[in-house]
Design a protein around this ligand. Structure first.
Ligand SMILES: Nc1ncnc2c1ncn2[C@@H]1O[C@H](COP(=O)(O)OP(=O)(O)OP(=O)(O)O)[C@@H](O)[C@H]1O
Ligand SMILES: [Mg+2]
Length: 288
């Protein structure tokens, strides 16, 4: 899989907002039939990175490549036209509009000519119901407002729309974070299907339990820097969890214990604490 040409790639991408360094020297690539999970804590730079892929932001340094060729996206529309479809966390769905209208969103099929040209509601409703059915969601009434659908169904609608309109890379920003277990698995199942259909998927999440079952590779961001990319055979779920959360806490605790050990006068206690600090150090070395 790794030999295959990436569909989408970031090379040494940095992004600054004034004095804030949101991204620093990021390398990441997604290939066909790959689910690449982007993990990291709040403020790590995940959304900034995918907004750069999506044409919302331009990199301050570095470049993006699509199918191996350098590209510059002036707008999200340009990214979409190259086949990079992004489902942002707020989804950009309109709750009061029907499922069908949200599915087409400005790309509605029309019938008739000249003054008789009009929205082909029948075709649009049939396609919406059919595409949703393909992913296991039974939309009984395609005229139903999106606001009455569940969170998982809405995510799936936004994803189905991207796939139907020919995306080759699908970028999902925290699609499962607001969902319960069964709805999250509905979305994850669909991520696996998009992969089977040949797409490259970038899947952002805080939740290693959501990332691990569907992910082929994992990139961890920490305060705008990449902690590297690991393929699934190189890393376990526990190691990923430690890298996500444990890493920093461990380092802090280690420093705290060292400082305490220096103040300590009792040689026995000092020895014990130094030992703990050393063990922790080794533990965190293992993790990184
Ligand atoms: N438009 C902007 N202007 C200034 N700073 C920004 C802008 N967008 C993001 N940042 C800063 O960049 C850093 C990374 O933010 P980003 O939203 O990419 O993080 P994230 O990993 O998506 O976090 P979360 O998990 O909370 O969504 C933060 O410090 C944020 O304040
Ligand atoms: Mg974010």
């Amino acid at each position: 899989m790794m030999a295959e040409q990436p569909l989408l790639e970031a090379r040494s991408v940095s992004k600054r907002f004034g004095s804030v360094i949101a991204l620093s020297d990021i390398n990441m690539a997604v290939r066909p039939r790959e689910v690449h999970c982007l993990l990291g804590d709040n403020g790590a730079g995940k959304s900034t990175l995918i907004k750069t892929f999506a044409g919302v932001h331009q990199p301050t340094e570095g470049e993006l490549r699509v199918d191996g060729a350098p590209v510059q996206f002036g707008s999200p529309r340009e990214a979409l036209d190259t086949g990079i479809a992004t489902v942002f966390q707020d989804l950009a769905l309109v709750p009061l509009m029907s499922a069908t209208r949200n599915f087409f969103m400005g790309r509605e099929p029309v019938i008739g000519r000249g003054p008789f040209r009009r929205f082909d509601a029948r075709t649009a409703e049939r396609i919406t119901a059919q595409e949703m059915w393909k992913i296991g969601i039974d939309v009984r009434d395609p005229t139903q407002p999106v606001g009455t659908m569940s969170g998982g169904e809405r995510q799936c609608l936004a994803i189905a729309r991207a796939v139907y309109f020919g995306a080759k890379v699908l970028i999902l920003d925290e699609p499962t974070s607001a969902l319960g277990v069964s709805q999250a698995s509905m979305v994850l199942r669909y991520v696996a299907r998009a992969k089977a259909a040949g797409l490259g998927v970038i899947f952002i999440t805080h939740n290693v339990h959501h990332a691990f079952p569907v992910g082929d590779s994992f990139t961890l961001l920490n305060r705008g820097r990449s902690l590297g990319t690991h393929t699934k055979d190189e890393v376990s779920r526990d190691e990923l969890m430690d890298m996500m959360a444990g890493g920093k806490e461990m380092a802090d605790l280690e420093a705290e214990l060292k400082a305490a050990a220096q103040q300590e006068t009792d040689p026995k206690a000092e020895q014990a604490e130094t030992q703990i600090a050393e063990d922790l150090h080794q533990e965190s070395q293992k993790v990184h």
